[in-house]
Design a protein around this ligand. Structure first.
Ligand SMILES: Nc1ncnc2c1ncn2[C@@H]1O[C@H](COP(=O)(O)OP(=O)(O)OP(=O)(O)O)[C@@H](O)[C@H]1O
Length: 344
């Protein structure tokens, strides 16, 4: 298990990780999601003892990394795919790592096979593509057969086959009962692989919840209504119930519009009519995880290069809409429920 407890890391004036508290449990794939610069790599480095927290704790199996006697056998990590010496062969690189960590050399052939590099094991790493280096990095992480695996953007540089392979691998590792924590800045990728989601924005925790809850909370339809008579409409909306008898969620958008979850546009129109509120705009949008993610993390716009983070924004106008969307959506609270259940 991995744990961050009030974990904070400052570099000068920059707070890269800001009071993060979460746990990563065995037997499931936990995705670590956040835009560029949100603090994911820093969190990994703190967990792996490569950097010291300014305050708080980063724990692997309940201990700080420095206190672990045989770390390679406890936690494997892929952080930087270019870490291998370019002049060495893949096999020589892994043999050196194995020797340094007291791991028996036959394990090298085994992990080379797992990652599909057996045939090029004798070739110099300098000639490897980024995808091959990613595979080699994953092989290095698996060398000690550790119970915990930490992968920073493992799909980076991989072609479609490679991406599918990584998905299968992380699933198998979790099914074997291991703790698997991997980062991505793509919600679409997370949706396909992760059982549990930890989302950070600007170094702070935004979501810590089962993936199914996140999908459930965020895939719901939202109705936007713009009226000059907000005061007349807000009351009736707040008093309304969904078809299931739940309270309707009403929230103010950035432009003064009301964002309603739990009612159809027709129902909102009827309520407005009954309340004597003039309606200027009324439309329904299908919720998308990608948009929700952008909305949730958008309070860190200085980290988002124009266009760069939006490349898989998927749904119609998701990124644009998010860029103009209101501040933090209270529905996020509904999914911020740390799952403390132990799986083994
Ligand atoms: N060694 C460092 N010195 C100064 N600032 C740093 C250092 N490492 C990270 N930062 C800053 O901390 C913040 C978080 O960076 P970090 O690399 O952890 O984010 P990230 O979520 O991993 O982003 P990416 O997806 O781009 O890798 C950024 O503002 C970054 O510039």
């Amino acid at each position: 298990m991995l744990a961050a407890r009030h974990l904070t890391k400052r570099y000068g004036d920059t707070t890269a990780v800001d009071d993060l508290t979460f746990e990563v449990h065995p037997g499931r794939v936990t995705g670590f999601l956040g835009p560029n610069g949100a603090g994911k790599s820093t969190t990994f480095r703190l967990l792996l003892g490569l950097d010291r927290p300014s305050s708080g704790e980063a724990l692997v199996g309940g201990r700080r990394y420095a206190e672990i006697a045989r770390p390679a056998q406890e936690v494997g990590a892929l952080l930087d795919a270019s870490a291998a010496h370019p002049g060495r062969s893949a096999r020589a690189h892994l043999l050196a790592l194995a020797r340094g960590s007291g791991i028996a050399s036959p394990r090298v052939a085994r992990v080379l096979e797992t990652v599909g590099l057996s045939e090029v094991a004798g070739k110099r790493v300098g000639g490897f593509s980024l995808g091959m280096r990613q595979r080699l990095g994953i092989a290095a992480a698996l060398l000690g057969d550790p119970a915990t695996l930490v992968f920073d953007e493992p799909g980076n540089g991989l072609d479609l086959d490679g991406v599918l392979w990584v998905r299968r691998l992380v699933r198998e590792l979790a099914d074997e009962g291991r703790t698997v924590f991997f980062s991505s800045h793509l919600m679409s990728e997370m949706q396909l692989v992760a059982d549990h989601l930890v989302v950070v924005g600007r170094g702070r925790l935004v979501i810590d919840a089962p993936m199914a809850d996140v999908i459930d909370a965020w895939s719901r339809t939202r109705v936007t209504v713009r009226t000059p008579d907000t005061a007349l409409l807000a009351g009736p909306l707040h008093r309304s119930r969904t078809a299931a008898g739940e309270p309707v969620e009403v929230q103010a958008g950035a432009g003064g519009e009301l964002l309603v979850r739990g009612l159809e546009p027709e129902q909102v129109g009827e309520l407005a009519h009954a309340a004597g509120a003039r309606v200027h705009t009324l439309y329904r949008e299908q919720g998308s995880l990608e948009r929700a993610y952008l909305e949730l993390t958008e309070n860190a716009p200085q980290y988002r290069a124009e266009g760069a983070d939006h490349r898989d924004s998927g749904g119609a106008g998701g990124a644009d809409r998010a860029a103009h969307a209101g501040a933090h959506d209270p529905a996020a609270t509904a999914v911020r429920q740390p799952d403390r259940q132990e799986h083994r």
